[in-house]
Design a protein around this ligand. Structure first.
Ligand code: AMP
Length: 218
């Protein structure tokens, strides 16, 4: 199976797609946002360094992110394909990733660009809740994605949580930051002939089917 890099604005659904791909094809899912949130929850040195940056909707520095990714990628099992969800977000990260993948001989790669407009992404972000215990995600603005009982996880009964950066102000800032930084990243993968664009303004399951199809293309 091809290794996947997701390029997408906040709340485009890369987390949901990654989870489904992981279940179907046994991918290793690396979400840099999840790694950072975990560091914050643990109160580690890294967590303390990034907590305010994330809450304000800003990007964590390239140096921190590249070191974190290097550490994570080099510890991965070599017999499983991986999904990178949330990295690279800047051209400097894309170049560092390229170098690292060459070093560890990873060649089978596709960059999937989930294209969504700001209004739709904002609606998704503001409706997003998830289970702090089993990590299942929900969206209160979409009938098919609502929990059965308000605020309670269908799977394990825990009380659902909202991400601290999923508020309107932080979201707008994150979206602007994404637009500013993502164009050179998209061009980088386009020039390498690795970019595939998937439109996201439809049901998650249709998006998933398209992704599965493009994974089998040469
Ligand atoms: P996400 O869960 O992917 O939306 O990431 C949440 C937050 O973590 C982002 O808004 C950034 O503050 C930070 N973050 C995650 N990945 C990166 C990255 N590759 N570069 C810089 N900051 C990142």
């Amino acid at each position: 199976m091809k290794n996947i890099i997701f390029i997408a604005p906040p709340a485009a659904g890369k987390g949901t797609q990654s989870e489904w791909l992981k279940d179907k094809f046994n991918y290793e899912h690396i979400s840099t946002g999840d790694l950072l949130r975990q560091a914050i929850a643990e109160g580690s040195e890294l967590g303390k360094q990034v907590e305010d940056v994330i809450a304000g909707g800003n990007l964590v520095s390239d140096d921190i992110m590249i070191a974190l990714l290097k550490d994570t990628l080099t510890k991965l099992p070599t017999d499983k394909p991986f999904i990178l969800d949330g990295f690279p977000r800047t051209i400097k990260q894309a170049e560092a990733l390229n170098e690292l993948l060459n070093e560890i001989n990873v060649t089978d790669l596709v960059a999937i660009y989930l294209n969504i407009d700001e209004e739709e992404a904002m609606r998704r972000a503001l409706g997003r809740v998830s289970c702090p215990n089993c990590k299942k995600g929900y969206n209160i603005y979409y009938e098919a994605m609502k929990p059965k009982v308000e605020d309670i996880c269908d799977e394990c009964g825990s009380k659902l949580d909202r991400r601290s950066d999923d508020n309107e102000e932080s979201f707008k800032h994150r979206f602007e930051t994404y637009i500013e930084n993502s164009t050179p990243v998209i061009n980088f993968y386009q020039e390498k002939n690795l970019l595939k664009e998937v439109k996201v303004d439809r049901e998650s399951i249709e998006i998933f089917e398209d992704i599965v199809k493009l994974l089998s293309e040469e």
